[in-house]
Design a protein around this ligand. Sequence first.
Ligand code: SF4
Ligand code: SF4
Length: 218
Amino acid sequence: MIISELKPLEELQQALSEFDKLFLVGCAACATACKAGGEEEIFKFQEWLVAQEKEVTGSVVIDEACHIMRAARDLRHHKNAVRDADAVVVLACGSGIQSISSTVEKRVVGGLNSMFLGNVRRFGHYEEMCSLCGDCILNETAGICPVTTCAKGLLNGPCGGMEDGHCEIDAELECAWCLIYERLQSQDRQGVFARRVPPKNWSHRRKPGRYRLKDGER
Ligand code: SF4
Ligand code: SF4
């Protein structure tokens, strides 16, 4: 899921300084799961706005704010409250913020910073494991991504700084390449060590990403 966090309040104060009335939008998916833009955070944000002498005309937590049609549908149910607001504040990832800004004619203010695509280790503990490179090599690296989890994104084994299986950049982290080596060994295969991996071809990364599932085609 997309890991996001509330922007610094001083930055938001500045971004909202020209508006008196605000409509709030949260997201029931990722932003709720990382406690940045769910019902509870919308409620707290509303209290903060009221303390700033702002008026909140209404709020909604959309199932998935990144779903443009769903966002448009949910906002239609609140059209009077949106109309009465000077701006819409969105507590969702950058994708969700853009769904809303493509849907409403009002000024849209993003309330969150989006940080990375994260796995959930346990509640409140998120780890980046994939950088969405568009050319996945996990099948050769025993399911551990060196592009993302090696601090240097190395593709052909560990750097000279690895010590006792730990990363020289952050000693709290295990070296990704040691983990890959150990897991490949436990599977009795060479995997990525059987070849020299060429430099990453980042042209496979779709930017901006566009993908359509076509009927009957997989
Ligand atoms: S190799 Fe690329 S697609 Fe595969 S996990 Fe790593 S960053 Fe993600
Ligand atoms: S110690 Fe390992 S994980 Fe850290 S930068 Fe070097 S190769 Fe990458």
